[in-house]
Design a protein around this ligand. Structure first.
Ligand code: PEP
Ligand code: MN
Length: 374
């Protein structure tokens, strides 16, 4: 059971003691408190753990300091939406808000290569009106003979350049627990010129030790990429590992699934599941069209497949888009085949925002019809 306390009532209060007293009459129940960043406010949630089946909801709801209470299923206990009862979760970090009702773009290189290219990329990203980027220092590649990333030695200059160009958040993949510490140390040493969102890549989608490690620290938000070869429910359960360690600043990213049926695209775009993730969970959702499409091909209408597939994610309600770019794709050390050129970014951003406006129009239309049918 989750109990949401009324605004302003914290975790260590006589009210929580009173709640403990009421529920312990019905069995051996443990209370766990969480301060949650909801979509529009901070709330205190009390989790009642153990056998709560005998606790009448009414006895909890009638307490004057309780806003509402609801039973939760075993599944997705922390990230679940629980039939719309649970408050949507929002990430508020470095002045950027990523939530169920907002939209953010992240544009950047697959991996950090040279300071010259990285600087050109950050410049092009901010010139296109975007203030979040992405870059890999640790690259889990399919082949051990491919470029594995520059590792921690590139962090100082990457962070410095990001700060210099006004980047607010950088999404950066981590593959081992020590990468989290290396990033935190390098950010501190550089004077925190930028924020980092820890990215869990599809190859680590069920690396439970890593998931717990990014969940234990609560400073940096997490972009969790759906496992390309596992079910949606398995990926959502993996996210639950992050949340159950304490970090609820999580964004769930769809990036296409592995299937020969997606050919000639690199992966099969799974953005039809954006509404599903939004229905089942309290998490904001991200769409990564770069890794779904995997190439710079254009359709007969002149638009690149990456533009079209991004549009599919955005029209379906994505709250964030993450896309790769490189100043010279043919010289990129990873994923050059799918990188947009700096000169293409302005068009890409305008096209994507146009689709976002169409999504907002769809919501307004739905509200109008809802009112009409009342
Ligand atoms: C990436 O973002 O560069 C990446 C490796 O993505 P994924 O884990 O989705 O393959
Ligand atoms: Mn990549």
């Amino acid at each position: 059971m989750i109990v949401i306390l009324k605004q302003g009532i914290g975790a260590d209060t006589p009210e929580v003691d009173r709640l403990r007293e009421v529920v312990s009459r019905f069995g051996d129940v443990r209370l766990e408190s969480h301060r949650i960043q909801g979509a529009s406010r901070l709330v205190t949630e009390i989790y009642l753990l153990g056998d709560t089946s005998e606790i009448p909801l009414r006895n909890v709801e009638e307490l004057p300091f309780v806003e509402r209470a609801f039973k939760v299923s075993e599944k997705f206990r922390q990230i679940g939406r629980h039939d719309g009862e649970a408050e949507p979760l929002a990430t508020e970090y470095c002045g950027v808000r990523i939530a169920a009702d907002s939209f953010e773009l992240f544009l950047g290189q697959c991996s950090a290569d040279t300071p010259e290219y990285v600087e050109q990329t950050f410049r092009a990203v901010t010139q296109s009106g975007v203030h979040n980027s992405r870059i890999g220092a640790y690259k889990p590649r399919t082949s051990p003979y491919d470029f594995q990333g520059h590792g921690k030695q590139c962090l100082p200059w990457v962070f410095e350049l990001a700060g210099k160009h006004g980047i607010k958040i950088l999404s950066m993949e981590v593959c081992e627990e020590r990468h989290v510490d290396e990033i935190a140390e390098a950010l501190d040493a550089a004077g925190n010129p930028v924020g980092v969102m820890l990215q869990i890549g599809t190859r680590n989608a069920q690396n439970f030790a890593l998931l717990k490690a990014v969940g234990r620290q609560q400073e940096l938000p997490v972009l969790y990429k759906r496992g390309a070869g596992i079910t949606l429910a398995e990926s959502l359960n993996a996210c639950e590992y992050i949340a159950s360690e304490g970090n609820r600043q999580i964004i769930f990213c769809l990036r296409g699934i592995k299937s020969g049926l997606g050919e000639p695209h690199r992966n099969f775009a799974d953005f039809a599941q954006i509404p599903v993730v939004r229905r089942l969970t309290r998490l904001p959702v991200c769409a990564d069209a770069s890794h779904a499409v995997g190439k710079r091909e254009r359709s007969s209408d002149g638009l690149m497949d990456i533009f079209h597939v991004t549009a599919q994610g955005v029209i379906a309600g994505a709250n964030m888009v993450i896309t790769e770019t490189h100043p010279e794709p043919s010289r990129a050390l990873s994923d050059g085949a799918q990188a947009l050129l700096p000169t293409e970014l302005a068009h890409y951003v305008q096209d994507t925002l146009l689709v976002r406006r169409a999504y907002e129009d769809r919501l307004a239309l739905a509200k109008k019809h809802e009112r009409g049918s009342e």
